[in-house]
Every structure is written in C-alpha cells, then in structure tokens.
Design a protein. Structure first.
Length: 468
C-alpha cells in the first residue's frame, strides 16, 4: 500500500506531538511502579483476544483472532488517565500500541500511528481529569472517593479521550484514504460516544479500587466485566459478519444468473447511500438503505433464466413474469429480520411518482422513501454503466435525464440529492458484464438507455421488451 505524502507528514506531526507530551515523564517524581504496571496490563489484557485458541470464544466470526477493536481495553488507559500525571499516563499506551496486531502493511507505520494516537488521547484525558481535581476526588487508602463529584472528571476524561481519537481518525481518513473533508469525520463521533462512556465508567471503577486500601490487585476484578463486554462485542461482530455473508450470497446468485449486470447491485447500494447521506439519514438508516440497494434485484432469482436473457421480443406472459420480480424478491427476504424497511424498497423500487410503475401502481409519497431512493440510484447506474449491449452515458447527461424525469418517474428530492452528492464525490462507472462492450455505429451516436428502465435496456431493444 502506498501511503500519500500528506498522510506521512500528518503521522510524523502526530509522533512529534506524542513525544512532546510524554517527555515530561522523564523528570523526577513520576510514579514508575504504577506506570509500569498499567503499561504492562494493557497489552496483557488483549493477549487472550489475540490468541487463536481463546479467540474462538472472544474473537472473530471465523473462530480466529478477534477483529481489530474487539479487544481494545481502553478502560485500562482511562484508569491510567485518572491515576497518573498526563505525561506518565500517555506512556502507558505505548507498549500495547506497539505490540498490537496489525492486519495490513505498512506495519511499522500503522503501529507508529496507533502509538501516537493513543498517547495523545490518553494525555488529553489525563489533562482534563487533572484540571477537574480527579486525583483528590479519588481519595487514597482509607479515604472514601468523593462521589458523585468524581463522576464529573471521569466523564470529562472519557469525553476528551473520545474526541481526540475521533478527531485523529477523521484526519487520517482525509489524508491517507483521500476522503473528502466533509465526510471524513461523519458518523465517527456518534458511533464512539456510547462505547467510550462505558469504558470511562469501567476505568473509574479500576481507579477507585486501585487507590483503595486493597491496592492494585483489587482493580484486577474489573477485568472480568471487561472480558464479558468483549465477548458481547465479538458476538455482535459475528452476527454482523453473518448478515454480510447472507447479502453476498444473494448478490452472487443474482450476478451468476444475470451476467449482464454484474457489479450493478453493489453500485446501486453505494449510490443509494450517497443519496441517503445528502438527505440527512442517520447511520442505522444508511445501513438499511445500502442493503435495499444491494438486494433490489434479488427477485430475478425467481425469473426463468430463458426469459431473463431473452434477446427478442417478450410475449405478454413473459412480460408479466418479469414484472413479478419485485414481489419475488420481497418474498425471498421477508424472513430476514435485519433487513427491516429494506424489504419495502425491494418490493416498490419500480413504482413511479405518477403511478405508472409496478407492481402496485403506487404514486407520490405512497411509495416508501427507501424505494424512491433506490429507484433513482438504480436508473442512474443503468445509464452510466457500459455493458455488452449498450454504451455508458456521461454522468452529467444521466443526471440531466433524471432531472427531466423528476416528478413523473422519480422523486425530485432524491434526484437533487444524488446530483449534489456526485458533484462532491464523483462517480466511477465500470463494465458490469464480462463480454466486451458493443461499439457504437459509425454513422450515428450511441443510443442511450431509458432512465425509466432499471437495468438500462437500450431504446433500440426489440419491441415489447419490458423493464427488468
């Protein structure tokens, strides 16, 4: 993997900043026994999750080691932020970050980035806790912690930790993965707040027990609920992986059956998410609309292959069979609970705003919102994809055609949202069939597909060919 120069510069700046905040720990007065214990405890806590044997219980969906992030024992780092001076607390994150398992190259650069990121986040959390007099509020030995006041510095420290991590995550996405600035941080903070709040509470429990008369051994009892939460998180990842496997299997089955639209489902899912983001949908709804876009044509599995691939005119009976594919798709996924409202999009993505669509002739806002999103994404990809029987249209030409049909075939809000998203993010149409594209006739420009045809069947198709 080639890391852009801007990302390398940014990582270098983060490393310099991490060195600057940790160097004061070399001065006299640093409680080195506590630093060394916590610095050792953080990577040791993750060993059972990283191990292949115990990873079958605490790990990933394939029975191997846990996915990245599953075994992140941030409560240990947050306990260090509550117990130690800022520079010393930042040091506790370094061994675990350097020894952590890295999935992809460049390995050294990723480890260096992780070490700098965690050191800065822990330092910020410790500075916040110190400013709110957390060490005094924790008490010492027989002194009782100052509850409920101690909850304030602990919560503020967890919030600072979360804010720094998400800010740096967004920055590295913008520099290393070339995400647009507007979207680099989108959704990161919302997903991180709740887990870090729980980590902060566990870290406070560890710190209180560490400072109690029972000493550090008592703090180890907090590890049990941490491992339980880790197991629950791993189960969530397993379930999510099973969902993704279900989706992939269905999409692959459709692609095998209809060789002309390979890759179409994934691109419709992507375009649907672009539209939904512009409409301001939150992350759970974005996931649903992505599923809807990917699976919108799953009902083609119920259409006879000879009809689906027929090149000549269709009989009225064959046309009726093809127009049943949204209902076939809805029946196929009706029992898959995690799809939620995506099922309605699969059923209604061929409805039109003027009521001339199928299968039920719904009009206007009778059509579910997800279905209106997928309809625009579907038509757009059909027009901008090169296939064995038609040439792609330029993006701007396809958008102009969508605007022309807005209000009759498509919801104008969805068309406007797609236009804004594509002007910001761009689009990469690809060949979706293995066969070479048909060249345009020398004496005439290529004929563009009708945007009302979900799979872009060209206007020159034999009479009677219905939309697929």
């Amino acid at each position: 993997m080639v890391v852009p120069r801007t990302a390398r510069v940014f990582i270098g700046c983060a490393l310099l900043a991490a060195a600057a905040v940790t160097l004061p720990a070399l001065r006299p007065g640093t409680p080195w026994p506590t630093v060394l214990l916590l610095a050792t405890l953080y990577p040791v806590c993750e060993l059972p999750v990283r191990c292949r044997l115990t990873g079958r219980v605490l790990g990933g969906p394939d029975g191997g080691p846990a996915p990245p992030g599953t075994g992140s024992f941030f409560p240990v780092l947050l306990a260090a932020a509550l117990l130690l001076p800022p520079a010393a607390a930042a040091l506790t994150a370094l061994p675990g970050a350097v020894l952590a398992r890295v999935e992809r190259p460049p390995f050294a650069l990723r480890r260096a980035w992780r070490a700098a990121q965690l050191a800065l986040a822990v330092w910020a959390a410790a500075r916040t806790a110190e400013a709110l007099r957390c060490p005094d509020a924790l008490g010492l030995g027989p002194d009782v912690p100052d509850f409920p006041y101690v909850l304030l510095p602990a919560g503020a420290a967890a919030l600072a930790f979360c804010l720094v991590l998400t800010a740096l995550d967004g920055a590295i996405r913008a520099t290393a993965e070339q995400f647009p600035l507007r979207t680099a941080w989108r959704g990161l903070l919302g997903r991180a707040l709740a887990p870090h709040a729980v980590h902060g509470l566990a870290g406070l429990m560890m710190a209180v027990l560490w400072r109690s008369s029972y000493g550090p051994p008592a703090a180890l009892f907090v590890l049990l609920p941490m491992y339980i939460s880790c197991w629950g998180f791993a189960q969530y990842h397993r379930e999510r992986a099973a969902h993704q496997a279900t989706i992939r299997a269905l999409v692959q089955a459709v692609d095998i059956k209809d060789r002309y639209t390979r890759g179409h489902s994934e691109r419709v899912g992507h375009a649907s998410v672009l539209i939904a983001r512009e409409l301001g949908m939150d992350e759970p709804r974005l996931e649903v609309v992505r599923f809807a876009g990917i699976l919108h044509d799953v009902g083609k599995l119920g259409v006879p292959t000879r009809v689906l691939r027929k090149d000549g005119p269709l009989t009225p009976d064959e046309r009726r069979v093809i127009e049943l594919h949204p209902e076939y798709g809805h029946e196929m996924v009706r029992g898959i609970g995690f799809l939620g409202e995506a099922r309605t999009a699969i059923l209604h993505h061929h409805e039109r705003m003027d009521g001339s669509g199928y299968p039920y002739g719904l009009k206007g806002h009778e059509i579910p919102e997800y279905a209106r999103v997928v309809a625009v994404a579907d038509a757009f990809d059909a027009m901008t994809s090169t296939r064995s029987y038609s040439r792609a249209r330029p993006v701007e030409t396809a958008l102009a055609e969508l605007r022309r049909c807005a209000g009759t075939h498509f919801d104008p809000r969805m068309v406007d949202a797609l236009t804004r998203a594509l002007h910001e993010h761009g689009w990469r149409p690809e060949v979706t069939a293995h066969e070479p594209a048909v060249p345009a006739p020398r004496d005439s420009p290529p004929t563009a597909p009708d945007p009302a045809e979900p799979h872009g069947r060209p206007d020159r198709r034999p009479a009677g060919r219905p939309p697929l």
